[in-house]
Design a protein around this ligand. Sequence first.
Ligand SMILES: Cc1ncc(C[n+]2csc(CCOP(=O)(O)OP(=O)(O)O)c2C)c(N)n1
Ligand SMILES: [Mg+2]
Length: 366
Amino acid sequence: MGKERADLLQIYYFMRLTRAVEDRTRTLFLQGKVVGGVYTAQGHEATTVGAAMMLSEGDCIVPQHRDLGMHLVRGTSPRAVMCQWLARGNSPTLGRDNALHIGDIHHGIVPSISMLGESLPVACGVALTMKMRKRSTIVMAPCGDGGTNTGPFHEALNFASVQKLPIVFIVENNGYAYSTPTYKQFALENLSDRALAYGMPGESVDGNDVLAVIDAFGRAVEHVRSGKGPVLVECKTFRVRGHSEADQAGYVPKELREEWLVKDPIKRFEEYLTREHILTPANKAEIEAKVKAVADDAVSFAEQSPLPDPATVADYVFAPDGPIAIVGEPGALDPRYVNALDRRIGEPFNTVVEARFSAPEEAVRR
Ligand SMILES: Cc1ncc(C[n+]2csc(CCOP(=O)(O)OP(=O)(O)O)c2C)c(N)n1
Ligand SMILES: [Mg+2]
């Protein structure tokens, strides 16, 4: 197993936090407080959290619309996420957009591009830079099952493989691309087979089993970091809610959804941790209290934050005159759209809670 047993509680915490932040978002949506659609990923938590937990400092992620778990693990603050959903003037996109179209280049989080597949060539660019600068860091780039049918997906995989780029590609196969089931999208059993066409290793894993996920990504990250080129990991999971909260998903057979609800990743992991005496009534209560406190804080912070000032509506539409600084290079401290999160907003968003929970001594030793 790629992670020490003691780290399993951190993983559990982030899975619970992801679910809690999404549950709160849904409530705010039902209260009519969210501006625009809400895209959640109930059922993906083992995949998004487990994969991101296998990264190291300096690594980069290129998360997509259902990757809140990855964001939280890599340091995006729940306050920033809530301000984003409520389109507040201090949100990472300064109230211009909602959804997880956010990033923070200084923390290695590249904002997603809404057009499916288009983020992957960008991920290649980041990985190529790392390689050219002889860094030991890597990129993690997820994509949905639907996204694998776009041209940029195939171009990115091919380019990454030819150039031996340090990228772990993830396919989050959740059974649907909007209302289209996977059997109408491709004739493959395993989407990891697509890796073969580009000469890279591919593996499919139960994306609702976080232990299997961290095993697979432990291997994948090691392979990529050692300079052997990219890897593709398909995580088989399920989108148990609609495409967005406005979608009742009547096209999903009831039995299928129920089958996957039984495989809920948090429930499964909780049962394992309890059986192994890693999760005890005491540390479970501690984790639940922390999750609640962080989610409560994020919601109240966002609700109290101001809406954008209409007078600023044209700001950031055009780049300012003068030389354009390259993000991450000296001179790149100008507060632009992509790095607004830490450069413009500063302190209020630095609220990511250090997740350190201790397992009983005996469980850690096993
Ligand atoms: C090129 C392109 N086509 C269509 C859309 C509209 N769209 C947004 S999300 C989505 C479904 C994506 O399915 P999948 O890649 O499986 O990801 P999931 O939403 O299931 O996580 C669609 C069709 C888009 N954003 N980009
Ligand atoms: Mg999908």
